[in-house]
Design a protein around this ligand. Structure first.
Ligand code: URC
Length: 295
């Protein structure tokens, strides 16, 4: 016997752009995001009995994403995701959960001749601001984050004292390059309803800015003993800075840069204290993850 033990469906990769035109100043602001919206509920018969009467078509879900972006603010993304998810619960009695993922892409205002340009923007990096909201009739859980923020420090990182045995070839180092693509998240205490998300809505932008600043400052200033220890310090500070969060997490690849021994060529010294030219590695890479909660 088979049993449908989990099911959700919806539209993924819905790309949305919204412009805000300030009539007074003539300044325009833009937001570009990619949205995924998946629904759960009493939809089992659509899988098990070909009963399409319980299906809100994924095409209609896509339309709803655009309509809600028109009717409501898309910033902060935590609010837009909550509004969008709440719509599906309010509209369809048989839907019990809406899972909304929003990925916001960077469009940073250009500065031309020292002045912020009123309507021109540049993509300054692949970094995105990410939100995962799960809306149910019991409340709204939101996880916010940063993905794809690429950073490198050319010194101020060590790695020694690790297990040495018959499997070990890595040398200990007191000075190495540290580089990663930051994937950071912070999970908010559950909101009872949409009004609770809206109440003090500025906390979402403030938390994103704090988390980003903490990440960069700690990465730059920490005399890193390991990726593990540096990311833990970041997590602790985010929990301190954003009291409405219950846990925080990082997932950091350790992007290796190998020294190149060039001594075979006319005795060129390029290792240890003489290292200047390195070979960046595309893989394999370390991958270090953690989640830190309030005790
Ligand atoms: O910061 C690090 N953590 C590790 O677990 C590890 N493992 C490794 O080979 N290099 C590093 N660096």
């Amino acid at each position: 016997m088979a049993r449908l033990s989990a099911a959700r469906y919806g539209k993924d990769n819905v790309r949305v752009y919204k412009v805000h035109k300030d009539e007074k100043t003539g300044q325009q602001s833009v937001t570009e995001m990619t949205v995924c919206c998946l629904l759960e509920g009493e939809i089992d018969t659509s899988y098990t009995q070909a009963d399409n009467s319980v299906i809100v078509a994924t095409d209609s879900i896509k339309n709803t994403i655009y309509i809600k972006a028109k009717e409501h603010p898309v910033n902060p993304p935590e609010l837009y995701a909550s509004i969008l998810g709440q719509h599906f619960l309010d509209k369809y009695a048989h839907i019990s959960a809406a899972h909304i993922d929003v990925t916001v892409h960077r469009w940073t205002r250009m500065v031309i001749d020292g002045q912020p340009h009123p309507h021109s923007f540049l993509r300054d990096g692949q970094e995105t601001r990410n939100v995962e909201a799960t809306v149910t009739r019991d409340g709204i859980t939101i996880k916010s984050g940063i993905v794809g923020l690429q950073v490198l420090k050319s010194t101020g990182s060590a790695f020694h004292g690790f297990v040495r045995d018959e499997f070990t070839t890595l040398k200990e180092t007191w000075d190495r390059i540290l580089s990663t693509d930051v994937d950071a998240g912070w999970t908010w205490k559950k909101c009872a309803n949409l009004a609770a998300v809206q109440d003090g809505v500025e906390r979402f932008d403030a938390a994103w800015e704090a988390a980003r600043n903490i990440t960069l400052k700690t990465f730059a200033e920490d005399e890193s003993a390991s990726v593990q220890n540096t990311m833990y310090k970041m997590c602790e500070q985010i929990l301190d800075a954003v009291p409405e969060t219950e846990k925080t997490n990082y997932s950091l690849p350790n992007k290796h840069y190998f020294e190149v021994d060039l001594s075979w060529h006319k005795g060129l010294q390029n290792t240890g204290k003489d290292a200047e030219v390195y070979a960046p590695q595309s893989g394999p890479n370390g991958l270090i993850k953690c989640e830190v909660s309030r005790s």
